[in-house]
Design a protein around this ligand. Structure first.
Ligand code: ADP
Ligand code: TMP
Ligand code: ASP
Length: 244
């Protein structure tokens, strides 16, 4: 079999060349990192869970009519995606205060935000992913106003949809992070959702017990990360193979 060419190794995934020139393969690793990779561990089975959960979320987003990079899941750890030119901006959506906004603005964790907040961070680990304004995005040419409008509209629709989806299975969607990119097809450029939607880049709390069911279990040394991700998959009706 032809060996796939590795293009990039990130903190949670490895990216390989896909079978066609405009495709890539995302391989989900078991590596867990936090605080710009200052904290690291390997959590056996995390990659498989995120691959299946992200597949489920991307297929749901497709049904909403929001363009995204997902083509199909290849196996337990890999998925075929469209190759995008990634916009180096992390789009963070917050419904409830948690994580970095608490320290930044002196808020209590769990404070219900009056409105959904959309924040932007520059995707640059060496700078610590600093928070930026739309004006920075335009000034430095990371995206133009029309592209950012599409990104924010799609992000808010995904938030509404995911909030309902998770509430239906007894989970509160506290916040999450999305990435977008440009896909070129026949000279036409389309903005698409990229990367993954999984408990690695969402905060998810059990609606009754308030238990954390996301990567904060690792960030805060709470243990039980795999059990929490498995419980999310179970409630979503996703069948996950034995962890290996
Ligand atoms: P990081 O780079 O932040 O450590 P990961 O380990 O998750 O993150 O690596 C996945 C990388 O692949 C990310 O840098 C992400 O921006 C990029 N990526 C995700 N989807 C696509 C895509 N469809 N086309 C090109 N790059 C992508
Ligand atoms: P934060 O509170 O640390 O800023 O994180 C907000 C949300 O974004 C949370 O759900 C975790 C997610 N996130 C990522 O997926 N990657 C990142 O690099 C960071 C900083 C946050
Ligand atoms: N993804 C970032 C890191 O790996 C931050 C985080 O998720 O907490 O360091």
């Amino acid at each position: 079999m032809k060996q796939k060419k590795q293009l990039y190794e990130g903190k949670a995934k490895v990216i390989f060349d896909g079978p066609e020139s405009n495709t890539l393969v995302q391989y989900f690793k078991d590596d867990a990192t936090a605080f710009n990779a200052q904290k690291k561990d390997v959590i056996t089975g995390k990659g498989i869970l995120n691959n299946y959960i992200s597949e489920h979320m991307m297929l749901a987003v497709s049904k909403l009519g929001i363009p995204n990079h997902f083509i199909n899941r290849i196996n337990d750890r890999e998925q075929l995606v469209r190759k995008l030119e990634i916009i180096p901006v992390e789009v963070v959506v917050r419904n409830v205060a948690a994580g970095s906004i608490c320290a930044r603005l002196g808020l209590e964790e769990g404070f219900m935000l009056k409105n959904t907040l959309v924040e932007f961070c520059l995707k640059d680990d060496s700078l610590g992913d600093p928070i930026i304004a739309p004006e920075h995005i335009f000034t430095f040419g990371w995206a133009n106003p029309n592209e950012l409008k599409i990104i924010v509209e799609n992000t808010l629709r995904i938030n509404d949809f995911l909030t309902g989806l998770f509430l239906g299975i007894g989970i509160r969607l506290i916040d999450f992070k999305l990435e977008f990119g440009r896909h070129e097809n026949d000279g036409k450029v389309e903005i698409m959702l990229a990367d993954e939607i999984s408990p690695d880049n969402c905060r998810l709390w059990d609606a009754e017990t308030k238990e954390k069911m996301d990567k904060d279990r690792f960030r805060r040394d709470l243990g039980g990360l795999i059990e929490a991700y498995q419980e999310i998959a179970r409630r979503l009706g996703i069948k996950i193979p034995e962890v290996s």
